[in-house]
Design a protein around this ligand. Structure first.
Ligand code: DGL
Length: 282
């Protein structure tokens, strides 16, 4: 893609997406429904902003895909959001961030705020000196995470645990079953045996499994989810650009999926804790 995305934004749109009023909203996307854990932090921090959320569930999980595929999906969704006239993009997906945030930033003039595993705060918090990171395969093997460990790890041990299967659980809202607990036990117990006292939730789907993870880890293990830090960074970036909403009415939130709309509507309503309407990504 050679043109910068903002320059591709048409003034008047005649496409099917023209019936949606997304101009001036904040675009938020994830490989699927997990980014709702970031969206709720953004909604709490910026209640007067219009938000548009894209769940790329038709292509999830990203974590088991190639870097080329993840980059292509990130650019496709980012490009679509830019075409709708959003004023900022939030990548609510660690996997998309570590693989493709740099490329997306090179291709748009919009502010791009991106979540990444909270390794730096975990290193500051640990007392045992051993930190566990739960994330997707692509995230744990990425150069970006290797750099985070090198820059912030200091003398602490950082144990990276790939967690295949967890995204799929959340995509079908299977948050409390015995199968979910069994899988999480296999992933978390070996980390505890190594002395981990701080666990980074390095995938935005995992906060929805927080109850089981905390129960398995015990009350003394701290779980870190950087969603609120992302919301603060987004607020700061918009304020720097004079881009914060001046509305005094709550903003509207619109939801899109590239997956099955009926399933998305049921799963996302469950995770968002209120009934919502999900549209097919045009
Ligand atoms: N929520 C995405 C993340 O934060 C999950 C990626 C995937 O689909 O595997 O990494």
């Amino acid at each position: 893609m050679s043109a910068r995305m903002g320059h591709l934004m048409p003034k008047y749109r005649i496409s099917s997406s023209a019936r949606f009023q997304l101009e001036g909203a904040i675009g938020v996307f994830d490989s699927g429904v997990g980014g709702l854990s970031v969206l709720r932090a953004i909604r709490a921090a910026l209640p007067y902003e219009h938000l548009v959320y894209v769940a790329d569930s038709g292509h999830a999980p990203y974590g088991d895909q190639s870097e080329t595929y993840i980059t292509q999906r990130t650019l496709t969704v980012g490009h679509w959001l830019a075409e709708q006239g959003v004023k900022a993009i939030t990548i609510a997906c660690n996997t998309a961030t570590v693989v493709a945030a740099k490329t997306l930033r090179e291709q748009t003039h919009l502010p791009v705020v991106a979540i990444e595993p909270a390794i730096k705060p975990a290193v500051a918090l640990t007392r045992s000196g051993v930190v566990g990171v739960l994330a997707t395969r692509q995230t744990v093997q990425s150069a970006s995470v290797a750099r985070l460990v090198e820059v912030h790890g200091g003398d602490k041990r950082i144990l990276l645990q790939a967690c295949p299967g967890l995204v799929e659980l959340v995509e079908r809202a299977d948050l409390h079953s015995a199968d979910a607990e069994d899988l999480l036990r296999q992933l978390v117990k070996p980390l505890l045996a190594e002395g981990v006292d701080t666990l980074v939730l390095g995938c935005t789907h995992y906060p929805f499994l927080r109850d089981i993870i905390q129960r398995l880890a015990g009350p003394d293990v701290v779980l870190l989810d950087p969603a609120q830090a992302v919301a603060r960074e987004l607020t700061r970036r918009l304020a720097d650009h004079g881009g914060l909403s001046v509305q005094t009415e709550p903003g509207h939130v619109q939801f899109f999926t590239s997956g099955d709309v009926g399933q998305a509507q049921s799963v996302m309503s469950h995770l968002w804790n209120e009934p919502l309407t999900v549209h097919a990504l045009p």
